[in-house]
Unconditional design. Structure first.
Length: 406
């Protein structure tokens, strides 16, 4: 564990110039807060490490399987092997032990939070409040988000990939590296996540309110379509379906996964649920009464927050807003809904649901706070219009009074 402590201090030192550059590029960035996120996330790395000592963890399997590879690039393929490909040089060349690999991957997950934070702040005018507290700050410290992205495994890698990708998509022309790196991580870990983001990007960019030349919009759409076609067959095979008989293989695999997952102690009968109930289960359960353990009870508080935030869009103004919303909001909405629907067909276990939804809940939260941001902007504009109208009426009244007196 001493090696892991030394590594954490080295990673903190490496992070400082990167965070400094981000602060110079974005004047509103608070490096102190990002450092707080660093230590908070490392704390959850320790929590997950302790959890793995007492419970079965895939991180142990990843570490030991990595030692079995003789050639680095033999492990280069999408899915589980990619985690071991990333771990290979550190374990086999530099002699990192299990503890060090856990915190190295936790550090990668930390950058997902950094770039999601930048994504939120860059696309909002105001700081939305939750009972007087800054909502974005609360989002950045949600325990469940940190727990499942703080270990040697797919969670930290895919979360970092999504963070890099959405930050890059906020300004594609200047952030090609972020888009390329984020897309690479997403594709190699979970191709369907990249597939959904590409579709969402195309939809959002075409329907967004940004005034950009049509040729630029359609270049983005063609890029998204082209990449979707490129990853389609690999995606279908990765998910275990037959690309030549997709419908039947999807039904067979869904039934098989449902049977497997329901055999676990936290299984739920998703197959008999209506679509709204499936989505509610995926987004907001467990909720206290159906929590499978102490971890589930803790997560229930976070799910209660999700319900509260989601209730903010149950408003007649939301339909008006979503029609005129910018590209990033529409992209986030498409990604969140499409991935949520697809996952409800293959998941019937609360434990797996808790882990998987951490990859996409920031998309929902971003849509909510963007709507709240628009509401506040609209109210300010209306107040300004009313104020200007009153000033104008007073000016006219003075002019009329002056004309009468003369």
């Amino acid at each position: 564990m001493i090696g892991a402590v030394i590594l954490i201090l080295i990673l903190f030192g490496i992070s400082q110039p990167i965070l400094g550059n981000l602060q110079r590029e974005h004047k509103w960035v608070k490096a102190g807060m990002l450092n707080q996120i660093f230590w908070y996330h490392m704390f959850f790395g320790l929590v997950y490490w302790a959890y793995a000592q007492l419970n079965r963890s895939d991180s142990v399997n990843y570490f030991h399987h990595t030692k079995d590879w003789r050639n680095w690039f033999d492990a280069f393929s999408a899915g589980t092997d990619f985690v071991e490909w990333l771990a290979f040089p550190w374990i086999n060349w530099f002699g990192f032990n299990y503890d060090m690999m856990m915190f190295l991957t936790t550090w990668l997950g930390f950058w997902g939070f950094v770039y999601f934070y930048l994504f939120f702040k860059e696309n909002l005018r105001f700081n939305p409040k939750f009972e007087g507290w800054d909502a974005i700050t609360i989002f950045m410290f949600l325990p469940n988000m940190h727990f499942w992205t703080a270990s040697l495994g797919k969670g930290a890698i895919i979360f970092a990939g999504i963070g890099f990708l959405v930050y890059g998509l906020s300004w594609p022309a200047k952030r090609i590296f972020h888009i390329a790196f984020g897309s690479f991580l997403c594709y190699m870990v979970r191709p369907h996540i990249l597939f959904a983001i590409l579709i969402g990007m195309g939809v959002g960019f075409v329907l967004g309110r940004e005034k950009v030349p049509f040729y630029q919009k359609y270049l983005v759409v063609f890029f998204a379509i082209g990449m979707s076609i490129f990853v389609y067959e690999d995606l279908v095979v990765y998910l275990g379906y037959d690309p030549n008989n997709l419908v039947d293989s999807f039904e067979e695999e869904s039934a098989l996964n449902s049977g497997r997952l329901q055999s676990a102690g936290s299984g739920v009968d998703m197959g008999s649920y209506s679509m709204p109930m499936k989505l509610f289960t995926f987004w907001f359960r467990p909720l206290f009464i159906d929590s499978p353990n102490l971890l589930g009870i803790a997560i229930s508080f976070e799910n209660a927050l999700y319900i509260y935030m989601f209730s903010k869009v149950i408003h007649k103004d939301f339909l008006t807003y979503i029609k005129i919303a910018p590209a990033m909001v529409k992209m986030s909405a498409v990604v969140f809904i499409s991935i949520s629907i697809s996952m409800t067909f293959v998941m019937s276990n609360l434990g797996i649901i808790i882990r998987q939804k951490s990859q996409i809940m920031y998309f929902m939260l971003f849509v909510v706070v963007a709507f709240m941001d628009w509401q506040k902007t609209t109210r300010i504009k209306k107040r300004g219009e009313i104020f200007n109208r009153i000033v104008e009426e007073e000016r006219k009244n003075r002019e009329e009074a002056e004309s009468i007196s003369t």
